[in-house]
Write a protein that binds this ligand. Structure first.
Ligand SMILES: [Zn+2]
Length: 247
């Protein structure tokens, strides 16, 4: 079986052998979005994409290119659109458009797009889809996994644990550019994290939601989060595959 896990790099023969062995598609749900002055704009998909590559090396399956558009809260003021982190309480009033954000689509458009993607993946032969990344996009999958799974004959999962089992500090991508996401980025893409860009004074940088990354983020914590979920997802997916093979 080809070692390559990225969909776009597989030849049809490599694709065939990988999907035959393990019919899992991994979909990184991104944004191009302000993630503080210290993290890159593609942080949402960089985290899930790198995690999925590691998971696909353990379990098998194929990693899709990231979706960089997604839903979020949106407000129009004097003809200008403000969304996501533009609207948090850390942002002065009237809101400002944070630099680099370019991802927002209405819920219905995102929902239609997700359905089109799932339909194509089922047609291509996948039986399990794991989607994860940007919070509101991931939530769309959490909320609709059962009905979409039924409609397209797929098992649909995210990396988040069930609501009552979630732990804020060790969930995967569970804040916004704060200690959780910054730690994961430090572990997966240390060269892309620029802690020196964060202010030195007590003032909280705008558009960062969660524990202060200046005090609580570390690569060690990031590796801990990643290992928890690699192990969890490996056993969840192996269970699903056993079920599939016995059908
Ligand atoms: Zn994020």
């Amino acid at each position: 079986m080809a070692e390559e896990t990225l969909y776009e790099k597989l030849t049809p023969a490599d694709f065939e052998s990988r999907i035959k062995a393990t019919p899992i598609a991994y979909l990184p749900l991104g944004t191009l979005e302000w993630h503080g002055p210290h993290l890159p704009l593609g942080s949402d998909f960089l985290q899930s994409q790198s995690f999925f590559i590691q998971l696909a090396k353990r379990v098998g399956g194929i990693v899709l290119p990231p979706l960089f558009i997604g839903p979020d809260n949106m407000k129009e003021v004097n003809g200008a659109e403000y969304y996501g982190m533009d609207l948090t309480k850390h942002v002065p009033n009237p809101p400002q458009q944070l630099k680099g954000s370019a991802y927002w689509v209405p819920n219905q458009l995102f929902s239609d797009l997700v359905e089109a993607v799932l339909k194509q993946l089922r047609r291509a032969g996948f039986k399990i889809v794991v989607a994860h990344g940007h919070g509101p996009s991931t939530n769309h999958f959490v909320k609709n996994s059962k009905s979409l799974g039924k409609k397209y004959d797929l098992a649909i999962l995210t990396i988040w644990r069930n609501k009552h089992e979630r732990e804020e500090s060790t969930e995967f991508q569970y804040d916004h550019a704060a200690a959780n996401e910054t730690s994961i980025m430090m572990a997966l893409h240390p060269d892309l994290v620029h802690m020196k860009n964060l202010p030195k004074d007590k003032k909280r940088p705008i558009g960062i939601i969660g524990k202060d990354p200046r005090e609580h983020a570390s690569a060690k914590h990031g590796h801990r989060i990643i290992n928890v979920h690699l192990n969890r997802m490996e056993s969840i997916l192996n269970e699903q595959l056993t079920k599939l093979r016995s059908q």
